[in-house]
Design a binder for this molecule. Structure first.
Ligand SMILES: O=P(O)(O)OC[C@@H](O)[C@@H](O)c1c[nH]c2ccccc12
Length: 264
């Protein structure tokens, strides 16, 4: 089994242990209206990821419960257009409950970031207040991808369809999604190469929004993504570093200037 298969398997075990929680959520229903995730993405929008840890690099945020408010406040303040929240507990030290907490003070659309294999996981995301779910082509295959995409659509949720190579891109294009996420990280080997976005984006029709995911580290890279017409940059580790070093002014200025340019 590769890392991706192992993490997905553990997530399903974890999810099955909280089935009672899902029943409880179902009783109360969803509180917040769904916000369009795809409409929030215009070249170039930063999707700030709340990522407490990774299975390969270890812990990024020591006390996520204590720090989450500050993180999301900073993400909003610098001009992020959407938030991604790791909800996998064991390997990423995330929590599904972070979604409903963030909803109480933040109006940005939220992505439920996890290894989704079951309709029930999408239902949990919906009931907690998420606006978008991540569907990873390499763990789903064509049939399951289509089923889960349809299910999310019925609930009014957007899906970020994650691909890593040409073959997965062809599978994704079959369902005519609104948003495709090109992962610069190979989730089987964890190698990162941002050129993956530039290479694969050429074969994606203009009406589909593209999000570049993983390994984005500099303003130069964000600028290059912008020039390629990429709609979104999903950034985890680098955002954590910026928040911890309170070193986000350059990014904030870049996003403000870019907004000003786009206004004309
Ligand atoms: O921390 P980074 O390198 O900026 O990466 C963020 C995000 O792309 C990454 O967390 C991610 C992309 N696809 C995933 C699937 C599951 C878990 C995590 C991910």
């Amino acid at each position: 089994m590769n890392i991706l298969e192992e993490v997905s398997k553990r997530e399903i075990e974890e999810f099955n242990q909280r089935r009672e929680f899902l029943s409880l959520l179902k009783k109360y229903g969803r509180i917040y209206p769904v916000i369009s995730f795809s409409n929030a993405l215009t070249p170039i929008s930063i999707i700030g990821e709340f990522k407490p840890a990774s299975p390969v690099k270890g812990t990024f945020i020591k006390d996520p419960k204590k720090e989450i408010r500050n993180f999301i406040d900073v993400y909003q303040n610098i001009g992020c257009k959407a938030i991604s929240v790791l909800t996998n507990k064991r390997d990423f030290k995330g929590d599904p409950l972070y979604i409903s907490y963030i909803k109480t003070f933040c109006n940005l659309p939220i992505l439920y970031k996890n290894f989704i294999l079951l309709e029930d996981q999408i239902e949990e995301a919906f009931l907690l207040g998420a606006d978008c779910v991540l569907l990873i082509v390499s763990i789903l295959g064509e049939k399951r991808l289509r089923d889960l995409y349809t299910f999310a659509n019925k609930l009014g949720l957007d899906s970020l369809i994650e691909i890593h190579d040409e073959r997965e891109l062809q599978v994704a294009l079959e369902i005519k999604p609104k948003i495709i996420g090109i992962n610069n990280r190979n989730l089987k080997t964890f190698e990162v190469d941002i050129n993956n976005t530039f290479r694969l984006s050429k074969a994606i029709p203009a009406e589909i929004k593209i999000v570049s995911e993983s390994g984005i580290k500099s303003l130069e890279e964000i600028d290059r993504l912008l020039k390629y017409g990429i709609s979104g940059a999903l950034i985890g580790e680098t955002m954590v570093n910026l928040v911890h070093k309170t070193d986000y002014l350059k990014l904030k200025n870049f996003l403000t200037n870019n907004k000003a340019k786009n206004a004309y």
